[in-house]
Unconditional design. Sequence first.
Length: 396
Amino acid sequence: MLGRSDLVKRKRQEKRKKSLIVVLLIVILFIIGGSGYAFSQTLFQAEKPVTVIQAVNHSPRSVVEKTKGVPIKEPVITTITISAAGDFTLGTDEDYGLQGSFVQTASNNDFSYFVKGLNNIFKKDDLTMVNLETALTKETKKKNKQFKFKGDPSYAKILTLAGVEAVNTANNHARDYFEKGFQDTLEALDKEGIGYFGHDLQYITTIKGVKIGVLGYEGWYDTAQGRQQIKNDIQNLRQQGVQIVIVHFHWGVERQYVPTKSQVDFGRYTIDCGADLILGHHPHVLQGIEEYNGKFIVYSLGNFMYGGHRNPADKDTFVFQQTFYLEDGVLTDKKEINVVPFSISSVTNRNNFQPTMLTGKEKERVKKKIIDVSNKINGSANWLVYENEDQFVTNR
């Protein structure tokens, strides 16, 4: 049996145990509470939304995540201005004599004579293309046809003086002096550093880091075979990294101001295949311009520096210019054009083979003519909203 002193001692021990248990419980609750608070804070921060900035632009762009203190990189904008003109026949048909011909004019003047009226328009852009409708050769063997155009190989220098970088050879006069005359032409162009394209020849160049590819065809008929070749050629250019595809067509009916249904169908199909611009020639008169699916089809640029006729009744022509916009190397929908009226001659009573930029009332007359023939394609000259002559003047 326990004495009084033993009972007191036991009670004190039990009291200490209870106090220790209470302290332990308080410590455990404190630890659990602190961990829970930290965990809840982690969850709260994880649920905060990330700010996403979608770049607004005409072309698809990747989503850019923005956090505090991180600056947004400004997009790099690149512009490429391309000019195009119609038929350059740097020579004559020798069967019609030399009097008043391009050849006689070249003999009597320095080559700079032919480019005096251009106002340096082709030297103020990034790329100029024309249709070269002449054999530059000394070959004498020629085809038996009504018109056979030939010029001295040295005439290629006129292209350089004008500011032309590349020419179309897919036309009905490039081989007037057979394959020998054609190869002589390419050799003369190579000597001057002038590019060329047409049929199986493709022109690819890089400007400001942008790869541009140019194709040329004789588009007399809208055929399944022709369509397949165009589709394959455009796909081939894209596989090579070409960012802008331009297609030239030598097509249409001579002296007809309205494009044929075949021209319209063929041109639109080529846009559907991925071309970014269509440029036409052959009718020897200007035809209208059409915007189709955000791209332009210039059905006929007409004559320009044209030695094929010494006094054509219609001397009106124009230069078509387009500025392409790329953002971070991707072609956008933004575009600006400039339609510049010209005459193939600086005088009205004959063709002196000196294309001249028009001003005043003559400029207005030819501009109205281009608008009128454009209206006859689809009832609307819808390209006018993209004109920005001031932009081109500023760039130059």
